[in-house]
Ligand binder design. Structure first.
Ligand code: SF4
Length: 431
């Protein structure tokens, strides 16, 4: 299995290898030992398309029998034009079709013992954290994005199924659940938020009720890809009460109303700053992460400055910034006022410079405080951990001094912060 792309694609890969193992297939660590290769592709931006096509080419050269799935698979013509020798092409989130293709080209072995796989499936993440995908697809039409045409409209997973998976992950030793979807806060909208059942009680297919139930499992629960819909306000008290992590990943993408309108962003008309103020008043320790796109078609210096002033006011903790890049098939390509490449990069650098000073000041303010951390890795140089404010892979680390022999990934303890830069923290274990 070659898995490319975002955590949502990673979960699709996990589901495919889980089913493969359940049916008695073995997963090989190398091309040479494999009878067939499944490549789960990404098709989000042109660079990801190129990376996916390269990965398919490599699998064909090294192995020869290749099934392609994932976001780029939704554009079958592009895959087949570059690699006509692939055995089959499916779109994203297409477990059944991938399995049918595998059965066709590598008939199922019979070994009843290999079907003894764990309830929570097989995961590609470390043992102590897991992504929990609660829905697939998206009902929005952001003009820079082609995900709805690749992954379809919103389809929420039944609430009991999500809770069952979360519970079996927690029982298997997972200490942190990262809740993901294309639009997490829209969970249940397609089902009109109907009630399901969990542990004999009704539970609505709604993000607030799901989050409250997840908060009872005794593990860290982190919310990603939340748009600032008014009902998100109702989640903040759970954070203030310590039921879920005081962390919100809100991809805002811009702050100029004109650009947000041109982007057709969900909740783009909401006053993000007012929400942020209110969230912080309810939960002062809240960490807010966001991403922004600069150089969107029509973005003037004035729009960009609006974005900079927003960042100064909002004092977000973590920020990612992309220079706008046209995606084949995206509606934004037809907009006028495309920003020259050089100017986009200049704006990206200006934004990151400003944000770096904000992030650095926010992290410096943690020096002297004691924080609960979760260990990610232990090596000869020491312990690498994360605090509640840090999501794996995308945020910073906490480097911990001291004896590491009896420490393992997933362990949690208190650390006194001794130093900080604009991204990471350093500290010592509190005895
Ligand atoms: S919300 Fe917008 S950016 Fe996110 S998947 Fe949907 S259309 Fe794409």
């Amino acid at each position: 299995m070659v898995s490319l792309g975002c955590p949502k694609a990673l979960v699709d890969s996990e589901q495919i290898i889980t089913r493969l193992r359940a049916e008695g297939y073995a997963i090989s660590p190398s091309y040479q030992d494999a009878d067939l290769v499944v490549v789960n592709t990404c098709g989000f931006i042109d660079a990801a398309v190129a990376e996916s096509l390269d990965a398919i080419g490599e699998a064909l050269t090294e192995n020869g029998k290749v099934i392609v799935t994932g976001c780029l698979g939704a554009r079958e013509g592009v895959v087949l034009e570059a690699h006509p020798r692939v055995l089959a092409v499916t779109g994203p989130h297409a477990l059944q079709e991938v399995m049918q293709a595998v059965h066709r080209h590598l008939p199922q072995p019979h070994d009843p013992y290999t079907s003894l796989i764990p309830d929570h499936g097989i995961r590609l993440t470390p043992k102590h954290y897991a992504y929990l995908k609660i829905s697939e697809g998206c009902n929005h039409h952001c003009t820079f994005c082609i995900i709805p045409s690749l992954r379809g409209t919103l389809v929420s997973r039944p609430v009991h199924e999500v809770m069952q998976e979360a519970e079996s992950l927690a029982k298997a030793g997972v200490k942190e659940l990262l809740v993901i979807a294309q639009d997490t806060a829209a969970y249940g909208m397609d089902m009109k938020y109907r009630s399901g059942f969990w542990q004999g009680k009704p539970l609505r297919t709604h993000i607030t009720e799901l989050t409250a139930a997840l908060g009872e499992l005794g593990v860290w629960v982190r919310l990603h890809y939340m748009y600032p819909y008014p009902h998100v306000d109702r989640l903040i008290p759970f954070m203030a009460e310590g039921k879920i992590l005081p962390y919100l990943d809100v991809p805002l993408q811009h702050a100029s109303p004109k650009i947000l309108k041109a982007m057709k962003r969900p909740a783009g008309g909401e006053n993000a700053l007012a929400h942020i103020r209110q969230w912080r008043a309810t939960c002062p320790d809240l960490t807010i992460r966001s991403t922004f796109i600069v150089g969107f078609p029509g973005e003037t210096e004035q729009d960009f400055e609006k974005l900079l002033s927003f960042l100064e006011e909002a004092q977000l903790d973590r920020v990612g910034c992309f220079a706008y890049s046209a995606v084949d098939g995206a509606a934004a390509n037809a907009l006028s006022g495309h920003v020259p490449e050089e100017l986009k990069l200049e704006r990206q650098a200006r934004l990151m410079e400003l944000q770096e000073s904000i992030s650095a000041a926010k992290l410096r303010a943690k020096i002297g405080r004691s924080l609960t951390v979760m260990v990610d890795e232990v090596d000869e140089d020491g312990i690498i951990a994360r605090s509640m404010a840090d999501a794996p892979e995308i945020d910073g680390m906490v480097f911990v001094d001291g004896e590491s022999q009896s420490v393992s990934p997933g362990d949690m303890f208190e650390v006194r912060v001794t130093d900080a830069d604009s991204h990471d923290l350093w500290g010592s274990r509190v005895a």
